[in-house]
Write a new protein. Structure first.
Length: 332
């Protein structure tokens, strides 16, 4: 039996349309904020009862039966990852979610190449209760050197809601990208992404075995040899923006994996040369995030300004474009 319970318990009456079905199936329909696997475990632990009696997950229930759910307020917190005191830029915080403005250089989740000092380690230190939430509440990722907004679930029900929203593609994510080359107009890239056939740590647009990936982009500013884009994702494949834009012929500036060799445009002034040389990461920033709040169901949105290094790069590109425009006017 569970030791810690909600106060008061949540009660449901089985409706006619669910009569005769399995207890776990009925409970999943009545409490969709929790996963079916978690509800099955709570049923086995006695946290969910029918007419105040324990049942097995497969037992049928009848119309009018009273179900009581005493969901653990805090499940035993355990995580294979250490809690570490790492600064977090918390953009928004409430009882259900954290919205984090991730800096460049921070890996989101521990892995073979980075066992600690990640966002997950920082979250576990900030809120130890997140050890009871899958992946410490992380439901989507940003690449190590991509900056910007990501949402973290603080509760099991919020986690379920956000995972469902991502699966339904109703979470809207908008990015600012600076790419090499001048793009004439916006468009849509609809091309499947899978593992690179040779470099297995990288992704690629593939003909067979890839997963569908859709990226929308529109032009914000054209510079002499670069373009600032607003990018929106329909899907969330690994490295999707970077792979799609490189495949389209306009790699993200500074991308170490998909950008190829690059140099400053002809005639670039020293300031632009230095800005491009000193920008040692992909110029990609997750600036807007829109979703349905797990607790209220209301649409919520957050916006984060680009970090200082990306602002400086954009300023250098604009200054270079302006200087060459004035030169052309003077020669005319």
């Amino acid at each position: 039996m569970v030791d810690r319970v909600t106060e008061p318990p949540v009660r449901f009456t089985v409706p006619e349309e669910l009569a005769g079905r399995r207890f776990d199936v009925v409970l999943a329909a009545l409490a969709p904020e929790y996963s079916r696997a978690r509800l099955q475990r709570w049923i086995r632990d006695g946290a969910a009862t029918v007419k105040q009696r324990a049942r097995r997950p497969r037992d049928p229930v009848e119309a009018g039966d009273l179900i009581e759910l005493r969901a653990p307020a805090e499940e035993p917190a355990s995580s294979p990852h250490a809690a570490q005191p790492i600064d977090l830029a918390i953009h928004h915080e409430d009882e259900s979610v954290l919205v984090i403005d991730k800096p460049a250089g921070m890996v989101v989740h521990p892995g073979a190449g980075r066992p600690d000092r990640t966002l997950v380690n920082a979250l576990l230190h900030y809120e130890p209760r997140l050890a009871a939430v899958p992946r410490a509440g992380v439901v989507h990722r940003l690449d190590k050197d991509t900056t910007g907004l990501l949402v973290v679930a603080r509760t099991l029900s919020a986690h379920k809601s956000l995972v469902d929203q991502l699966a339904a593609r109703t979470v809207r994510r908008e990015y600012l990208a600076v790419v090499r080359g001048r793009i004439v107009a916006g468009g849509v890239i609809d091309a499947p992404i899978g593992r690179h056939h040779v470099r297995r740590t990288r992704m690629a647009v593939v003909r067979r075995g890839g997963r569908r990936a859709v990226t929308h982009f529109r032009v914000e500013t054209r510079f002499r040899a670069h373009t600032a884009l607003s990018v929106r994702l329909d899907t969330g494949r690994t490295h999707q923006i970077r792979v799609h834009l490189a495949h389209h012929g306009f790699p993200v500036q500074g991308d170490p994996d998909y950008g190829g060799r690059s140099g400053p445009p002809a005639g670039a002034d020293p300031e632009l040369r230095e800005a491009l040389r000193g920008f040692g990461r992909q110029a990609l920033h997750a600036r807007r995030l829109i979703l349905r709040h797990p607790a209220t169901g209301e649409e919520r949105g957050w916006t984060a300004a680009p970090p200082d290094d990306l602002k400086a790069l954009l300023a250098a590109l604009a200054a270079d474009a302006g200087a060459h425009s004035r030169d052309r006017m003077d020669r005319a």
